[in-house]
Design a protein around this ligand. Structure first.
Ligand code: HEC
Length: 175
């Protein structure tokens, strides 16, 4: 053992004549170990104890909501109006009150002050002769039903006002 440097300790036991240095663990190894322990504690506290992190289901929900938002935004930018667009418009108080005013001025004479019907069909029930999806309603409002006395409102009101009054009708349906 004469070639062994002084500071290198030799362990006392031998295995079949083989001797070992008594070296301490390398610092990089110890650091990694402590780091993983610290990480596991932080992870446990974050997800299990404090419930600060989202679980898988919440993460999925958040991701889906984000997709919906992106799709809605892209549609709005492209000027696409579909049933979902009306569902969103029907929750916007400004659009709904604008639609209500248009309804009172143009529609209530035939469809009633409270959409209960009269000369025209009731618009507050689930019974739709021409379909109850927002786009069906929009189509009837724009084109009218010439044979049955429902005037075409597209040329009179224009697209924006038609959509506002449809959003108003959709808001009444939702309840
Ligand atoms: C001159 C009377 C009159 C006015 C004014 C009128 N409507 Fe109508 N409307 C009718 C009649 C009549 C029908 C039934 C058509 C049929 O039987 O196919 C109808 C049908 C409808 C329908 C389809 C109902 C269903 O069950 O499918 C919608 C929606 C509608 N009107 C919306 C409106 C809106 C919105 C306005 C105002 C912008 C309006 N109407 C103004 C007479 C009118």
């Amino acid at each position: 053992m004469s070639q062994t440097p002084k500071e290198e300790k030799i362990r006392e036991h031998t295995f079949d004549g083989i001797e070992e240095f008594d070296k301490s663990l390398p610092n990089w190894w110890l650091f990694t170990l402590y780091a993983t322990i610290a990480f596991s504690i932080a992870y446990w506290v974050y997800y299990q104890k404090a419930s600060m992190g989202l679980d898988q289901e919440q993460e999925l929900e958040a991701a889906l909501a984000e997709i919906d938002e992106v799709v809605a935004k892209a549609k709005a930018e492209a000027g696409v109006i579909d049933n979902d667009t009306f569902a969103v418009m029907a929750k916007d108080p400004d659009i709904v009150s604008a639609g209500q005013l248009i309804y009172t001025q143009n529609c209530s004479a035939c469809h009633g002050q409270n959409l209960e019907g009269g000369i025209g069909l009731p618009l507050n029930d689930a019974d739709w002769k021409h379909g109850g999806q927002p786009l069906d309603i929009q189509k009837i409002v724009v084109e009218g039903v010439a044979t049955a006395g429902m005037p075409p409102w597209g040329p009179v009101l224009g697209e924006e006002k038609v959509n506002q009054v449809v959003a108003f009708l959709v808001s009444k349906q939702a309840k």
